[in-house]
Design a protein around this ligand. Structure first.
Ligand SMILES: Nc1ncnc2c1ncn2[C@@H]1O[C@H](COP(=O)(O)OP(=O)(O)OP(=O)(O)O)[C@@H](O)[C@H]1O
Ligand SMILES: [Mg+2]
Length: 216
């Protein structure tokens, strides 16, 4: 379970998130919508352990995220959390496969399972031929699917996705939506996604709207 209590965040004295209270239960699939600049990416970064809030608390299964040691955080990130950034954040000097395998030494999974996951998810996302290419040899939509593949390959308990279909055509959007639904239903993976698309939002169980600095 992910829990945010009274979370506050601002930049340069301007408040973005105000008194955010949010609980995401295990196995839930939640969408967050809202206008550009309303704080959706800020919210995801805070609940994914990437951005310390100015106030309030963030817990994963009762453990204070921002009190963890750097090593524990790195292990949790590899084994528990899959994160797809709005800007993908693929390392340009590594192939897609090496991008995926980068935190592999921290994984609790046998190497064989991770390799099988890479092949399976790359097949589902139709990016098999992109695995041994570098990110700047790929289209935006291929990079986006590579970032989704990377987030899935260590069997995360929680997937956090920032506009995961923003660079995709309608056919690939459907593929990604079906994959997320399947991972949620068959593996019980908790999903929090941000989207501007009503169709993609409706893939989830619950839709929240950023309103006055908080998702409601
Ligand atoms: N690192 C930063 N430094 C300063 N201001 C920032 C930073 N990151 C975000 N902001 C500001 O915080 C506000 C919320 O940004 P955020 O990226 O969370 O919005 P968003 O809802 O994800 O928008 P979009 O739909 O365009 O992705 C914006 O006004 C933005 O300019
Ligand atoms: Mg954003």
């Amino acid at each position: 379970m992910i829990q945010l209590q009274n979370v506050e965040k601002g930049y340069n004295g301007e408040s973005v998130l105000r008194g955010v209270n949010l609980t995401v239960n295990d196995g839930e699939y939640v969408s967050v919508m809202g206008r550009s600049g309303s704080g959706k990416s800020t919210l995801l970064a805070i609940l994914g352990g990437f951005l310390q809030p100015d106030g309030g608390s963030v817990t994963w299964d009762g453990e204070d995220v921002y009190a963890m040691s750097a090593e524990r955080m790195a292990r949790m990130r590899c084994n528990k959390i899959g994160f797809v950034f709005q800007s993908f954040r693929l390392v340009n000097t590594l192939t897609v496969r090496d991008n995926i395998l980068l935190p592999g030494h921290l994984s609790n999974l046998p190497r064989r399972v991770v390799w099988d996951n890479i092949e399976r998810h790359a097949h589902d996302l139709a990016i098999e031929s992109s695995l041994d290419k570098y990110p700047d040899e790929l289209s935006g939509g291929q990079c986006q699917r590579a970032a989704i593949c990377r987030a899935l390959c260590f069997n995360p308990c929680v997937l956090i996705l920032d506009e995961p279909t923003g660079a995709l055509d309608a056919a690939n959007e459907k593929v990604v939506m079906a994959l997320l639904k399947r991972v949620n239903e068959e593996c019980g993976t908790t999903i929090v996604q941000v989207t501007h698309s009503n169709i993609v939002a409706a893939n989830a169980h619950r839709i929240l709207q950023m309103t006055d600095g908080a998702p409601v």
